[in-house]
Design a protein around this ligand. Structure first.
Ligand code: HEM
Length: 522
């Protein structure tokens, strides 16, 4: 009996010791993790930035949102700390916000990748994966480098040149729409009007697909789906709990997001399949490299025929991802840029008059108002007005990178793995960089003023290895449409409509922009 009692005591002693060791082990790990995090957090607390810290939001709750309040907050933050500051996007995710060209240069010249999340949290870019997959915008490393090499020929001038005709024809429909509201004496909502024209152009350039989206309007289900996906992406980025994928999937926003992704994928796949069949039917010309002589090549045609150094083509999924990326990147950005340029010209009519004089003199003696390829270099004032709008209403208000090595910003060594936001809107309004940053002064982009500029002071298309591949495509489109609209109409603001800025993934207006057009007598 005595022996049994001793055995039982020993077993129970062993159990208690094991449990105690486990508890101590767990406690030790927790204490170590807390110590580690506190040391890590100290690096960021020592950086310039808000001192208030919320256990769930970090400093996210201080940001009023993508509205006029948010712009005021950003401006204030940048004016107090004009080089960089630290922000907590949730309790554990510090982000370094860069405002000054000296520091932005360090990031954009590096090969720092697009951020990836840690643990259960996904990064802002990864939130787009369900829709755009590992396309050029989101991918990193060797995958990105291969895609960039394969896609670069699609933006060669020989490919872009025939698109001028597509852009002019789509522009005709836009001009007629504006004409109709002018005749009725009504204002027109700029974002919705121009977005359909730009979408029309993109569908033709990306897929050789002639849609009637400009006539059907925003009720076109594909247009609706793309607009909604952009909106849901932005909503998700501002809600920390939705940064966890499996929680996001359970929310109504998440379910809607995946439903819409399936829908847009099915449309892109159909359009790609049509082009595959077309290329198949013209196999001989494709093989001889003569197809572009007879047909305007679309972006997807280039992808379907592209081969890497090893002779491998792109997979159907890679092609779909790139086509969806092209649509996303090419549609929302140019819509914002064109809308804010037209708004600026209506708001500051002295510049509109100078654009009109420039275009009138370019088109004098011609029997068409089409803008031609060679005209793009003959519109310096129009170009300066577009650039000043790209600055004042920075189309892409911020981009992000992730540090792959410890990096020093003004004496603060920031650890590898940290997310860095390059605050393009703040950079473009930094009073230590720009004179009268909130005024619209196109002259900044003319003559000597342009030559004096720091190359990293004005970067609406980003810069360095991951700059915008569609920059020329976009600038042609903007010059052509601004020139033709200003040639045909005079624009003024609708006095009954308040324009409220909304810096989302692209720079939007909360209730849109309404302008009144009146035909010019020529
Ligand atoms: C005014 C119009 C546009 C602006 C302001 C703009 C701006 C930008 C910016 C800032 C980036 C860098 C994004 C980042 O680092 O996360 C970018 C990348 C990109 N843009 Fe644009 N963009 C415009 C139009 C276009 C168009 C028309 C296309 C395609 C037709 C396009 C395709 C892309 C692609 C594919 C990337 C990713 C490039 C890479 O990572 O290698 N963009 N754009």
């Amino acid at each position: 009996m005595e022996g049994l009692a001793t055995d039982a005591d020993n077993v129970s002693l062993l159990k208690s010791t094991l449990v105690a060791a486990l508890v101590v082990g767990i406690l030790y790990r927790i204490i170590r993790a807390v110590q580690k995090f506190r040391a890590y957090a100290k690096i960021f607390h020592d950086c310039p930035g808000e001192t208030e810290y919320h256990w769930l939001y970090g400093t996210l709750h201080l940001y009023p949102g993508p509205n006029e309040g948010g712009i005021k907050y950003d401006t204030n933050s940048m004016e107090i700390r004009p080089r960089f500051s630290r922000f907590w996007a949730g309790p554990f995710v510090p982000i370094i916000l860069l405002y000054h060209p000296d520091l932005i240069r360090i990031m954009l010249k590096s090969s720092a990748p697009k951020p990836r999340g840690s643990g259960l949290l996904v990064s802002v870019y990864e939130m787009g994966l369900g829709w755009l997959g590992e396309g050029l915008l989101i991918s990193n490393g060797a995958k990105w480098a291969r895609s960039r090499r394969l896609l670069t020929p699609a933006f060669h001038f020989d490919i872009l040149r025939p698109y001028v005709d597509i852009k002019n024809r789509a522009g005709d429909i836009l001009l007629n729409k504006i004409q109709r509201s002018a005749e009725k004496g009504e204002s027109f909502e700029v974002f919705s009007c121009v977005s359909l024209c730009l979408f029309d152009i993109l569908l033709q350039c990306a897929f050789s697909h002639t849609s009637n989206c400009q006539t059907v309007g925003e009720s076109d289900p594909y247009v609706q789906a793309v607009n909604e996906l952009v909106r849901l992406w932005s909503i998700r980025s501002l809600k920390p709990w939705m940064h966890v994928d499996f929680i996001f999937k359970l929310t109504s926003t998440g379910r809607k997001w995946y439903r819409l992704c399936d829908f847009v994928h099915s449309i892109s796949e159909d359009l790609i399949e049509k082009r595959r069949k077309f290329l198949e039917a013209n196999r001989e010309e494709v093989e001889k490299g003569l197809l572009h002589k007879k047909h305007t090549l679309s972006f997807v045609d280039i992808l379907l025929t592209a081969k890497d150094e090893d002779g491998n083509g792109m997979t159907p999924l890679e092609i779909r991802n790139e086509a969806d990326t092209f649509l996303f990147e090419g549609f929302d950005t140019t819509t914002s840029a064109l809308s804010w340029t037209l708004y600026s010209l209506a708001r500051w009519p002295e510049h509109q008059v100078r654009v009109q004089e420039e275009v009138d003199s370019l088109l004098a003696g011609r029997d068409t108002d089409y803008i031609l390829w060679d005209d793009f270099t003959q519109l310096p004032y129009t170009t300066a007005c577009i650039k000043e709008a790209l600055r004042n209403y920075s189309t892409v208000p911020f981009i992000e990178r992730m540090l792959t090595e410890p990096t020093e910003f003004d004496g603060h060594v920031i650890p590898a793995g940290t997310h860095v936001a390059i605050q393009l809107w703040c950079l473009h309004h930094n009073p230590t960089v720009w004179d009268r940053p909130h005024d619209y002064i196109p002259d900044r982009f003319l003559g000597d003023n342009l030559l004096k500029m720091d190359p990293f002071q004005f970067v609406p298309f980003s810069a360095g290895p991951r700059n915008c591949i569609g920059q020329n495509f976009a600038m042609h489109e903007l010059k052509l449409l601004v020139a033709r609209i200003c040639h045909r109409f005079s624009l003024k603001l609708d006095p009954d409509h308040e324009v409220l800025r909304s810096p989302q993934a692209t720079f939007k207006a909360e209730k849109g922009i309404k302008l009144i057009a009146s035909p010019r007598s020529q």
